[in-house]
Design a protein around this ligand. Structure first.
Ligand code: URA
Length: 209
């Protein structure tokens, strides 16, 4: 997407009061990176450091994300990173369905504008945004077609920091990303406009590849 559209989305997020998370935030965290990226990452929501700095994944989970990107020869500048919710939930609690719904138009516009070849969801909330009810244990590392978008769920880096066994799984799932990118196409602009995320009827639109 054009830089102007990105700036417009960021400005609207900065002024957003669509849910109660606006009251507790220090800064909004709209997302960072290349607005023309082929690869997009979606996490859960800003934590303490992200709220302070206004950028996604700047804490410990972010350091692990950087390490994983380096494994596949990439840096943050090559990708676009955002979250399902753009403001920090108090005490890092899970985002509420109503908060995710209030923030959805921003994520929809980001995805539709960037039209990445592959969307990597980090953790359960971002995965369930596309596939309600999906279980991480079964779905991680498998490409899901969600409308016009290819979605690739992986464990959240913070979960991998807590549980060493998941770190290995996360690395293995990450290492498949280059091959997936090589065999994925960008959705056409008209297609994303018509079906921004493909979430309208998941039962009809999802198929495991
Ligand atoms: N965890 C997330 O899901 N997102 C961030 O931006 C940071 C930590």
């Amino acid at each position: 997407m054009e830089i102007g559209q990105l700036q417009s989305i960021n400005a609207r997020i900065a002024g957003c009061h669509a849910c109660a998370l606006a009251k507790g935030r220090t800064r909004t965290v709209p997302g960072d990176g290349d607005p023309t990226a082929e690869l997009m990452f979606i996490g859960e929501g800003p934590g303490f450091y992200e709220d302070q700095q206004g950028s996604p994944f700047v804490g410990r989970a972010g350091a692990l994300l950087d390490e994983l990107l380096a494994r596949i020869g990439m840096t943050r500048a090559d990708v676009f990173v955002t979250n399902v919710v753009k403001c920090r939930p108090p005490n890092n609690r899970d985002p509420e369905p109503s908060e995710i719904a209030a923030c959805e138009p921003y994520l929809t516009e980001q995805i539709g504008g960037i039209r990445p070849k592959l969307i990597v969801t980090l953790g359960r909330f971002a995965m369930q945004y596309f596939v309600p009810g999906a279980a991480m244990g079964r779905s991680h590392g498998k490409v899901i077609q969600s409308g016009v978008h290819r979605v690739y769920p992986v464990y959240h880096p913070a979960a991998a920091l807590r549980q060493g066994a998941l770190a290995r799984v996360l690395r293995e799932d990450f290492d498949r990303i280059p091959a997936l990118l090589a065999t994925s196409e960008r959705p056409a602009a008209q297609a994303t406009a018509a079906a921004p995320t493909g979430r309208a009827d998941p039962a009809k639109q999802l198929s495991l590849l």
